[in-house]
Design a binder for this molecule. Structure first.
Ligand SMILES: [Zn+2]
Ligand SMILES: [Zn+2]
Length: 136
């Protein structure tokens, strides 16, 4: 499985057989990060993700005081990985970067306290008013 930025210069390759833990997040930071009403990130064991290219990084501090670092292409701006300081053993990959409509759906929907009203309650996942997007 390979995630890619829009121009293709930055990629994140996921090792075969690595299991994804996919979280859908409605927090305001994910809204700003994606420009979309929610973000969807698949988390993998860090050793399963190989980044190629030269990323720029942006780090923000979440409401837990922990940081989330996003790696994005300096050319086209699209992100291909995120790393949470609280969970150094995993790397997240934005699901859209795989450009794979068959990618498994998220198991958890978090920060529904800031969910846009028109977004439906998605089936097949647990729902949380808050919660760390990277919690397992
Ligand atoms: Zn790019
Ligand atoms: Zn979020």
């Amino acid at each position: 499985m390979k995630a890619s930025c829009q121009c293709g210069k930055l990629t994140a390759e996921v090792a075969d057989g690595a299991e994804a833990m996919t979280i859908l997040c409605h927090c305001l930071d994910c809204q700003r990060r994606t420009g979309s009403p929610f973000g969807t990130i698949a988390y993998f064991p860090r050793e399963a993700v190989t980044v190629s290219g030269t990323p720029s990084e942006y780090t923000r501090t979440g409401d837990s005081g922990q940081t989330l670092t996003r790696g994005f292409c300096p050319e086209c701006g699209a992100a291909v990985y995120v790393k949470a300081s609280r969970l150094p053993e995993i790397t997240g990959v934005p699901v859209g970067a795989f450009a794979d409509p068959t990618f498994a759906q998220p198991i958890r929907s978090v920060y529904e306290q800031s969910k846009h009203e028109w977004v439906p309650d998605f089936q097949g996942m647990t729902h949380h008013p808050r919660g760390r997007e990277t919690s397992w």
